[in-house]
Design a protein around this ligand. Structure first.
Ligand code: ADP
Ligand code: MG
Length: 255
């Protein structure tokens, strides 16, 4: 079992009694709470429109809760902007910038000395199988490669908590499976904390320590007690299938 890392007992992310609504409508979230420990891989699932992407915007600080508290590490709740590595659902690479320049973008935005980071980024590109594509433009890349570039762009922010909004949603199933193996290996190595949105239940079970299901305007936690390290072969095993059935039942009996 992979142990949670970090010095403290404190959470990497803590959300307490969060309520949020767009305009005067019925709240998308009504007093929801969740917690993510350092080094965990946690997925967020829920029907389309259940508020998954909105939850991420609240965590990053792009939106503010109506009521409740969102804390990233020890930071003051009001100072969340720039504290996480965020890969939005539609993370389009800029078509007029090369792979390298796309990856360096967040460092330019925060006015860090991006030139000094180039050797490190080159090493990463090699690890990600993109060594020969440093000067390529996004339209020359496959879907899986584009997602790896977008992920690397999230990683170079240097943040410990990564929020990934359906990063593999648009990929075909074979590419997706390769990306799962790749991400599982990488996560084991990097020891980052990941909060991962998906609507693919198999993906959620395969990757996660825990899953949060958004239902109605509430939230439900499901623990995934499958041993690690995991490989995509796991999906054919009976305890995996049982877990999948349980999740499907929970989703269908939402209300
Ligand atoms: N900026 C916005 N203004 C008003 N309503 C919004 C806005 N963004 C999202 N919504 C609504 O909030 C709900 C949740 O959206 P979203 O978080 O994108 O869901 P998900 O990512 O789970 O598919 C949806 O009903 C959506 O229409
Ligand atoms: Mg979404």
């Amino acid at each position: 079992m992979r142990e949670a890392i970090g010095l403290s007992n404190s959470s990497m992310l803590s959300i307490k009694d969060l309520t949020y609504s767009f305009s005067d409508e019925r709240p998308i979230f009504q007093k929801i709470s969740l917690d993510v420990q350092p080094g965990e891989f946690v997925s967020v699932i829920g029907a389309s429109g259940s508020g998954k992407s909105t939850l991420f915007k609240l965590i990053t600080g792009l939106l503010e809760p109506d009521v409740g508290e969102i804390r990233i590490g020890q930071q003051d709740t009001k100072r969340r902007l720039g504290q996480v590595g965020y890969m939005p659902q539609k993370d389009l690479l800029l078509p007029w910038r090369t792979v390298l320049d796309n990856v360096l973008l967040p460092l330019e935005v925060t006015k860090e000395k991006s030139q000094e980071k180039i050797p490190g980024v080159r090493e990463w590109l090699a690890c990600f199988g993109l060594a020969d594509y440093e000067n390529a433009y996004p339209n020359e890349l496959s879907g899986g490669m584009k997602q790896r570039v977008a992920f690397l762009r999230t990683l170079v922010t240097g943040r410990d908590l990564l929020l990934l909004d359906e990063p593999f949603g648009a990929l075909d199933s074979l590419t997706k499976r390769n990306m799962h193996s790749w991400l599982l290996g990488l996560w084991g190595e990097l020891r980052k904390t990941v909060l991962f949105i998906t609507h693919d239940l198999e993906e959620a079970i395969l990757l996660s320590d825990r899953i949060y299901l958004l239902k109605g305007n509430g939230i439900q936690e499901i623990k995934v007690s499958l041993p690690r390290p995991r490989s995509s072969e796991l999906i054919y095993q009976s305890d995996f299938m049982a877990m999948r059935k349980e999740l499907e039942w929970l989703i269908q009996h939402e209300r």
